[in-house]
Design a protein around this ligand. Structure first.
Ligand SMILES: CC(=O)NCCS(=O)(=O)O
Length: 326
């Protein structure tokens, strides 16, 4: 899985509940709220603290391993409460390989100190997180990202993108991007990375499921050469609060898009994940957990014209190729 979170907080994205449902913001987790939470995951404060569930996470990872999972890229970066010692402990306890992410999340989580840093200083901090260890630990990150960007991309986010490209040019490492919620956002990020010496062939563009909908636009973007990530498997909601114009696809629609990209020749550039970032998606709370793709999505892919060889590319070969330092 190339895009997951095990320990993070998503407080920065709290969105008030719809009118009439105000009490739900502070409501404790109860069985009768689970459907509401699936529809409004960002409107209950407690739901945003995955960081409180390390015990449940241990069980999740053991179940993932039993289902055939070996490795998880944990994309929590500075700004959403990365906790590297907790990740190391989870990896030790379960035997699942956990690859941590270096760098910074979106603008509203940048501190004043981060906003004042030069591109050179930001580059050094990212390189240091990969070569020597992050957050005062000796735990070294294996990817840069998820690097957060919004739409339009802010000045501070542009500086972080330039630093990401410079760090990648030095290290030959994988990069993963969280684009803004506009169809033009992924291509704009790629342009900034390219202009600053980034290697697009070793860059994953995340969250395409909620970003590019038109097939022509998708092929145009695919042609720019990044990995194409569909990473919201398991998320189905009617009203996507961060952009109400977006119709969040169902898992069936996601599989249809994967089959389309495979037919168009992009089987070497697709990667997939669940991007679990709220509590309600854990099996402890009736959610789909980290094994949903392995248990439910792969069988569906096989019935929709994607071969086992192509599934293996998407789940094994492409991530391996992306994650290998040059
Ligand atoms: C943790 C994170 O950034 N998840 C992405 C959520 S989004 O709704 O696809 O932007």
């Amino acid at each position: 899985m190339t895009h997951e979170h095990l320990v993070m907080s998503f407080e920065c994205s709290y969105t008030p509940p719809p009118p009439g449902d105000e009490a739900m913001a502070e409501n404790p987790f109860k069985m009768q709220h689970m459907h509401w939470l699936r529809q409004h995951p960002y409107s209950c404060r407690e739901n945003l603290f995955l960081s409180q569930e390390t015990n449940a996470l241990r069980d999740e990872l053991l179940a993932y391993k039993k289902a055939g999972g070996g490795t998880i890229v944990e994309n929590t970066t500075t700004g959403i409460d990365r906790d590297l010692p907790a990740l190391r402990q989870l990896a030790k306890d379960t035997g699942v390989h956990v690859i941590a992410g270096a760098g910074y999340y979106i603008d509203c989580t940048h501190t004043e100190a981060t906003k004042k840093m030069s591109v050179e200083k930001l580059t050094n901090s990212i390189v240091n997180e990969v070569l020597h260890g992050a957050d005062g630990t000796d735990i070294r990150c294996g990817v840069i990202g998820e690097i957060g960007t919004g739409w339009p991309i802010t000045e501070s986010e542009k500086k972080v993108l330039r630093s990401t490209a410079h760090a990648q040019a030095q290290l030959g490492c994988p990069v993963i991007i969280h684009p803004g919620r506009d169809p033009a956002a992924p291509a704009e990020v790629v342009r900034i990375l390219q202009e600053n010496g980034g290697d697009i062939s070793k860059t994953v563009m995340s969250h395409l499921d909620r970003t590019i909908f038109d097939e022509g636009e998708l092929l145009e973007f695919a042609n720019m050469g990044s990995y194409l990530e569909y990473d919201l498997f398991g998320t189905e909601m009617l009203n996507y609060p961060f952009n109400l114009k977006v119709d969040m696809p169902s898992d069936s629609q996601r599989v249809k898009t994967l089959a389309f990209l495979v037919k168009e020749g992009y089987e070497d550039k697709i990667v997939i994940a669940h991007d679990i970032h709220t509590k309600n998606r854990l099996t402890k709370f009736g959610g789909h957990g980290y094994s949903h793709i392995l248990k439910n999505i792969v069988p569906k892919m096989l019935t929709r014209g994607i071969t086992q060889h192509q599934v293996d590319k998407i789940l094994i070969d492409n991530p391996k190729c992306w994650l290998t330092f040059k």
